[in-house]
Design a protein around this ligand. Structure first.
Ligand code: DAH
Length: 357
């Protein structure tokens, strides 16, 4: 009996020490101390013994029980600590790891170009202004010195909308250019003014290089001493930064717009055959610009004897196509995922001027 108890104790200690995890340890505990456990059976047997033997054997069985209970507790604590360690090691997060690349979702080339344009002009102190896509005929044409029946309207054939308010309101159009934002800004703010306005514009045009809906960026600078020199410097800097070509040839060519006087088309140097920008001896027209016409200033509530400035407007699709060598305009608006994946930009690398846009 004595040896038997010693053997039981010995075997139990071994089982406890080698239990690989908390679950196994619990099984060992139940096999010893559960209702039908081996040690429980020994305790039950005590009742059948004569008093003297019961006291003696009881003390021994209880001592074994205490020793084994302590061993169980110690092993339990050790296994719990080990389990926690393992879990911590497995679930560790390395906060220094770079972010995972986005699985889906890319920035559309037009949105990217707008971010880049905003970054470049932002660095020159411009803010971004906005205007509505549905404009009054006056903001879109009249205020910009394009009266009814002026031939310049022929280039801007658009979508005419019924007037608001039961026919009593002003005639409305889908804006044909972003230039009406010039007027809205002049009427809402006092000079000095330095804004760009980007957004959708509409014309009744549709072929490989024209879409009935396209995007433009307008610029307006008004101050007391603004000259043509500022216009040239500003646009040259912009074009060189946007195309990433510090020595891009830029040419200013006399032209006509009703809302500027004098007016200039801006050309950049390129190779007509290869499409390469920056050299090749050919010129490509890229945007329109000029000194804001005195009548336009006056329409905007600004005294042309006190203030003057320059304005410019360019097509965003056009400069985006040139920058990335995209030769068809139509896929820009077809939402074909293969095209978007090819030409899209990662949202994790936003347009920032200090890295070159
Ligand atoms: N609004 C003109 C267009 O859509 C572009 C333009 C030319 C805007 C000259 C200007 C400007 O502000 O000065 O063709």
């Amino acid at each position: 009996m004595t040896d038997d108890l010693a053997a039981l104790c010995h075997a139990a200690e071994h089982d406890i020490a080698t239990a690989p995890d908390l679950r196994a340890l619990e099984a060992v505990r139940v096999a010893l101390l559960g209702k039908t456990g081996r040690l429980t059976a020994r305790l039950k047997e005590l009742g059948a013994l004569p008093p003297e033997a019961r006291r003696e054997q009881g003390a021994r069985v209880n001592a074994v029980k205490e020793a084994l209970t302590a061993a169980l507790e110690a092993r339990c604590a050790a296994l719990a600590a080990a389990a926690l360690e393992a879990r911590l090691a497995q679930e560790r997060i390395d906060v220094s790891l770079p972010a995972r690349p986005a699985e889906s979702g890319l920035i559309h080339p037009i949105s990217r170009a707008m971010d880049e344009i905003a970054a470049i002009f932002g660095a020159m102190g411009f803010t971004v202004a906005e205007g509505p896509d549905i404009e009054t005929d006056w903001h879109n044409f009249g205020a910009l010195n394009i009266p009814p029946h002026h031939p310049a309207r022929a280039d801007h054939d658009t979508f005419y909308l019924p007037p608001e308010a039961d026919g009593d309101g002003p005639p409305r159009v889908l804006r044909t250019h972003t230039s009406p934002v010039q007027m809205r800004t002049m009427l809402a703010e006092t000079p000095p003014i330095r804004i760009i306005a980007m957004g959708r514009t509409y014309r009744a045009d549709h072929d490989a290089t024209h879409s009935p809906m396209f995007h433009q960026c307008e610029g307006l600078v008004i101050d007391r001493d603004i000259t043509l020199g500022h216009l040239k410097g500003c646009l040259t800097d912009f074009l060189r930064a946007f195309f990433g070509l510090p020595d891009l040839p830029v040419r200013f060519r006399a032209s006509y717009f009703p809302f500027t006087e004098p007016s200039m088309e801006v050309d950049i140097g390129w190779n007509r055959r290869s499409g390469e920008l920056g050299r090749g001896g050919d010129w490509l027209e890229i945007l329109g610009s000029g000194m804001v016409h005195a009548k336009v200033l006056a329409n905007g509530g600004i005294d042309p004897r006190e203030w003057q400035g320059f304005a410019f407007g360019m097509g965003i699709e056009r400069i985006t196509m040139l920058k990335h060598g995209i030769n068809d305009l139509r896929p820009f608006f077809e939402s074909d995922l293969r095209w978007l994946r090819h030409y899209g930009f990662s949202p994790m690398a936003p347009a920032m001027l200090h890295e070159g846009v």
